[in-house]
Design a binder for this molecule. Sequence first.
Ligand SMILES: *[C@@H]1O[C@H](CO)[C@@H](O)[C@H](O)[C@H]1NC(C)=O
Ligand SMILES: *[C@@H]1O[C@H](CO)[C@@H](O)[C@H](O)[C@H]1NC(C)=O
Ligand SMILES: *[C@@H]1O[C@H](CO)[C@@H](O)[C@H](O)[C@H]1NC(C)=O
Ligand SMILES: *[C@@H]1O[C@H](CO)[C@@H](O)[C@H](O)[C@H]1NC(C)=O
Ligand SMILES: *[C@@H]1O[C@H](CO)[C@@H](O)[C@H](O)[C@H]1NC(C)=O
Ligand SMILES: *[C@@H]1O[C@H](CO)[C@@H](O)[C@H](O)[C@H]1NC(C)=O
Length: 301
Amino acid sequence: MFLHIVCLLSLAVALPSNVATSPKPGCESTCGNLQVPYPFGIGIGSNCSMSSDFDIYCNTTDNPPRAYLTRAASPFEVLKISETNIYVKNWRQQQIVACYASREYFSLEIDYFANSPYTLSDANQFTVFGCDDLAIGQHLSSDSNYSAYGAGTSCAPYCESREVSGGTGSCPGNGCCQTSISKGKKFMMTRLINMERNWQRRKLFSCSFLSLGMMNITGFTFRLSDLNDSTFLNKYPAFTDIPLVLDWRIGSQNCSEMLSSSSYACKENSYCDDSLAGVRGYNCRCMKGYEGTPYLSPGCH
Ligand SMILES: *[C@@H]1O[C@H](CO)[C@@H](O)[C@H](O)[C@H]1NC(C)=O
Ligand SMILES: *[C@@H]1O[C@H](CO)[C@@H](O)[C@H](O)[C@H]1NC(C)=O
Ligand SMILES: *[C@@H]1O[C@H](CO)[C@@H](O)[C@H](O)[C@H]1NC(C)=O
Ligand SMILES: *[C@@H]1O[C@H](CO)[C@@H](O)[C@H](O)[C@H]1NC(C)=O
Ligand SMILES: *[C@@H]1O[C@H](CO)[C@@H](O)[C@H](O)[C@H]1NC(C)=O
Ligand SMILES: *[C@@H]1O[C@H](CO)[C@@H](O)[C@H](O)[C@H]1NC(C)=O
């Protein structure tokens, strides 16, 4: 029981608080507890968003209503929208419990952000619980080309035997590793590979766990023997709520290209921000001392 309490406390990552922003006039501003500021809008094809990429489906059958980003085949629930980020979750897209048995690897593909205004944020990490695995993450930058592999990252969890460790794992450390992912990528393919043979030690536990998202594991401890259980996520239900953080932007050109364009979207008292080099699009931000919705006239005040 103690271990589970530690788990819940240390996983809680505070999402940023709301800023005063508005929806398009005549459109709903909230879905349940979620504030939906323009360029996002509630409703599919309701003309409340800037483009269908920013349509939010609000399921009012749920109580409280829940919001979903619908462009994905398997929709992500939307937890929070901020000036440049959107926090979403869909644990089936973000987690693998890998019980290898006769398989040597498991793959997880987050590949739903092609031709979209969204890229993975570097606020995410991938985190792996295991004793003899290699986890690799391959980023793909291109919108349409799966063979153009970009940068990669990896980590390898390892654990001491029960006799040495008392059977307790810790993060990062005994039986757990975590690695950051780089900003600006649309795809991520992660793979968990069984390293039992390479490390010439009999497998201590049959399963391993990989999670992609923003996860605070500082001080986290767990029972290594839970890795023998294919229903691992039932023991750690908080893991199914880990947010995936996306950066969002509008348009397909950057600020220097937009400033002279008639479709430049930043309204009064706002400025254009394209701080993320190499990614198409830009954000409008209120000037210092101003607040509001920079994408809607009369802009920030
Ligand atoms: C992570 O969790 C630790 C322990 O609960 C806490 O002290 C720290 O502030 C948290 N960090 C973040 C970024 O939430
Ligand atoms: C959508 O809204 C814009 C104003 O933001 C308006 O010009 C346009 O006619 C609307 N389109 C539809 C189909 O309602
Ligand atoms: C809306 O939520 C209800 C209750 O959770 C669910 O049964 C229904 O399938 C959802 N509707 C859609 C279109 O996803
Ligand atoms: C995809 O990328 C590969 C490697 O960079 C290149 O050889 C190929 O021509 C590209 N294909 C398309 C359709 O762009
Ligand atoms: C975990 O499973 C392995 C293989 O099935 C078994 O040898 C081992 O005793 C189990 N460990 C625990 C702590 O249950
Ligand atoms: C903006 O786009 C132009 C034209 O593609 C390019 O030359 C320039 O380097 C870009 N600027 C940034 C900050 O990405």
